[in-house]
Design a protein around this ligand. Sequence first.
Ligand code: TXA
Ligand code: MG
Length: 343
Amino acid sequence: MITKMSAPCAASMKEAAQLINQGEVVAFPTETVYGLGADATNEEAVKKIFIAKGRPGDNPLIVHITSVDQIQTVIRGEMPVWAKKLADAYWPGPLTMIFDKGDRIPSCVTAGLDSVAVRIPSHKDARNLIDAAQKPIAAPSANLSGRPSPTTARHVFDDMNGRIPMIIDGGESDVGLESTVLDVRSLPVKVLRPGGITPKMIADIVGEVEVAGSVMRPLKEGETVLSPGMKYKHYAPEGSLVIVKGNQKKVAEAILNMYDATEGEKCILALEGNLKNYPGKNVFSLGKDPKEMAHRLFDALREMDARGVSAIFSEAVDAEGIGLAVMNRLGRAAAFHIVDAGE
Ligand code: TXA
Ligand code: MG
């Protein structure tokens, strides 16, 4: 199959919407990461997503719509009042909420669960595509299963060339990490995957918020997963990755020691302001703060693979605000290999 990459003009959006309505899969930009979309009401189309990604069938997809009025076609019953408040505050945007599943959504979308994940994206191309197709669109991140999520059309092409007919190129994703996944079926609401909408931003609206324990550690043997995606190895670069946390001076010392003791192609991932701590070494900037780090992280991990790096040493950031999502993704990429250099 030829994979066509198109800028988001009126003609290409029309073509993409037609492909969706013919039961095909199209990659499109969102404010978080690129998505791999199909008509969420068409079982055969949804199955093609799982095949294109090599995704295990027990990992459910997020359904994307453009307005709260459309949610009744996706969920069963009314939205709880607290979910309405969250929707008012953060939709459209990088928040996914989990509800009881409606009958129009085939069970392959939700991997047989009786719940469904719903998101209203803010990215104009994503919205135009959903509106043009006039269908709810099921879409996981547009990477091959296990690879870092794509934040540019080029990343999507690298993973999906020959597997899907079309990629809409809308430039770099703004947030750079996938949406916050929040179970809102009962109180307190529970963060299953941290993202751009932070626990504090959620608590500001609904008072209390829980964060699933598995967010900052590997799953325990036999632990039941609330969000099936959490159990898979994710975002992993091909090289080994070690994260070092603690006081900045000690972190730099520990990283330099490990770096010097390692053979082969190696690279240090550091915040812009700390690059000076690693003179003469192979370093890659993660940007000036946790927000920029979120924006750049997946690109950095893909870049490490492209450069054939076999050992990566990364600075940590505080797991607060957007830093929680950054450390969740970085931690999982490193299989939670985190060294504490001390305070
Ligand atoms: O930002 C995003 O969320 C992107 C863009 C394209 O919207 N999508 C995305 O999808 O990251 P995906 O499939 O890569 O991640 C969806 C996550 C997975 O961890 C999945 O297990 C979880 O959401 N999920 C989906 N439906 C669920 C459900 N009914 N209950 C619990 N977790 C669910
Ligand atoms: Mg994904």
